[in-house]
Write a protein that binds this ligand. Structure first.
Ligand code: ADQ
Length: 465
């Protein structure tokens, strides 16, 4: 394989474990090919400052970054990426802000990335572009003459065709996907939405085996559900920080069962719905009340986007009223933490918990579900309550699957999870572990790159957008 060039909005130093499983998995391929990771530096600079690429070495890997001006950042990142694509792709048309200036900024930054990246490329490089911020990047690169093989992976869901069609310029976005050689989605449902969109809106023809032809170009599309690095997570679970966390939690909650939720504070994660289901559980089961505590970690995220302030207030008010109405002098039902918890401590918290509540309203995959399973004690494992609307639900069939909009149903699943006999917990956990071990992050990474290498070489025109 040629050198791998990964492109994403934000980059991480793959040598730091805090960077997470994705960076670890990519680091392996990047290291072995002496690859490059290209993205935004995270810095916002004055428009008059130089926009040169800054290079850093991370072992054999080159990290290459560009800065963004305030105007570009606001339109590209806050505006189009997180104010249009994120809500619509998570089925929240009501939260989208279709300001016409955003799409111009989105395109401008993708053009900037293409302009800065192209001179750094070698003829046999293979490019892997990540996520919704960079959908038109391949089209912009092709317009400048780039002929290398380029793959794209969407980490978030793709909505059904009619919802996608609500985005002004949706046809431009999907046409841009055809500039890639391979387009990957998290789930079969997302892939099906892509197929139905291109058939109905773009009159594309299926060629064979996952290939589609439209706009005079053929693209391969497939489902590549992302996994975790089970071994890396096990090591993290055995490290002192996680062990200490586990022991502290066990001591503090020796007489109570713990339920845990770990999310970014985002409206897609279904946090108010989860709190209402827990409140319902407390209302319906007065005798069980003080036997369980829910720890909800909701780390701050995108705080300068309006919809995020609203969800923060809603969640705070729900937690406050649950604690006010149900709390006792020696017991509070909810511990809500609006801060980031170090990744190294999470496995300890997961292991000390009897139940994980992973109940997003919509999620591309959701890795917390898989990390919770990997951190369990196999002899006495906890139970995963999982939304059927998380991509992970396509794979994790032995979890307790719930509809997060159904408050009563979710409350009933919480009761079932807390009372599940040991034998059943073990059986479910064993089956789930088999899945997350087989379909781990290395399987995902290798599977995508092999599929990308196998795509038919095709003469790439340069008139794209
Ligand atoms: P996210 O929406 O960020 O990612 P998720 O998959 O749940 O969602 O988490 C990604 C990573 O962040 C995990 O390693 C998790 O442990 C960590 N994380 C989440 N909340 C945290 C918290 N409060 N504190 C510390 N760490 C936390 C997007 C998509 C997902 C998809 C991933 C990967 O939205 O659907 O699974 O990308 O493709």
């Amino acid at each position: 394989m040629g050198r791998l060039v990964v492109v994403s909005n934000r980059i991480a130093d793959p040598r730091q474990t805090a960077a997470g499983g994705l960076a670890v998995a990519l680091a392996e391929v990047l290291n072995s090919t002496g690859g490059m990771w290209f993205g935004w530096s995270g810095k916002i600079v004055d428009a008059t400052e130089s926009d040169d690429v800054v290079f850093k070495r991370a072992g054999p890997v080159t990290l290459a970054t560009v800065d963004l001006s305030q105007v570009d950042h606001d339109a590209f990142y806050l505006g189009y990426s997180n104010g249009v694509l994120w809500p619509v792709f998570h089925y929240r048309l009501d939260l989208a802000d279709f300001d016409a200036g955003y799409i111009t900024g989105y395109r401008r930054v993708n053009q900037l990335f293409a302009r800065k990246l192209l001179p750094l490329l070698r003829p046999d490089d293979i490019l892997w572009v990540h996520d919704y911020h960079l959908i038109p990047l391949a089209a912009e690169l092709r317009a400048l003459g780039c002929r290398q093989r380029i793959g794209f992976f969407l980490h978030i869901p793709l909505p059904p065709p009619l919802m996608l069609a609500a985005i002004p310029g949706h046809d431009w976005l999907i046409r841009a996907l055809f500039a890639y050689d391979l387009v990957g989605f998290q789930s079969k449902a997302d892939l099906d939405h892509f197929a139905r969109y291109v058939e109905t809106e773009a009159h594309a023809q299926p060629v064979d085996d996952g290939r589609w032809r439209a706009f005079g170009r053929t693209v391969q599309a497939g489902a590549f559900p992302i996994g975790i690095d089970v071994q890396e997570f096990n090591e993290l679970a055995r490290a002192p920080e996680a062990v200490e966390m586990y022991e502290r939690m066990r001591m503090e909650y020796s007489r109570r069962k713990l339920l845990v939720g770990v999310d970014r504070l985002d409206y897609s994660k279904g946090l108010p719905q989860r709190m209402r289901a827990f409140r319902e559980f407390l209302t319906k089961n007065p005798d069980l009340r003080s036997s369980a505590t829910l720890i909800q970690i909701a780390s701050p995220s995108r705080e300068n986007v309006g919809a995020y302030t609203e969800i923060l207030h809603e969640l705070e008010s729900l937690c406050g009223s649950i604690n006010g109405n149900f709390g006792e002098l020696d017991w509070m039902p909810v511990r809500y933490i609006h801060r980031t918890v170090a990744r190294a401590r999470l496995p300890g918290l997961y292991r000390a918990s009897r139940v994980a509540l992973v109940t997003p309203l919509r999620d591309g995959m959701n890795l917390v579900a898989k990390e919770f399973l990997a951190a369990q004690n196999e002899e006495d494992p906890g139970v995963l309550v999982l939304s059927r609307f998380a991509g992970a639900a396509e794979q994790l069939r032995e979890a307790l699957l719930v509809n997060p909009y159904d408050t009563e149903g979710t409350a009933a699943a919480i009761l079932l999870a807390l009372q599940m006999p040991l034998e059943e917990r073990r059986n479910r956990h064993r089956a789930l572990m088999e899945t997350i071990r087989r379909y781990d992050v290395h399987w995902w990474c290798d599977g995508f790159l092999v599929a990308l290498e196998r795509t038919m070489a095709e003469e790439k025109g340069t008139s794209w957008l």
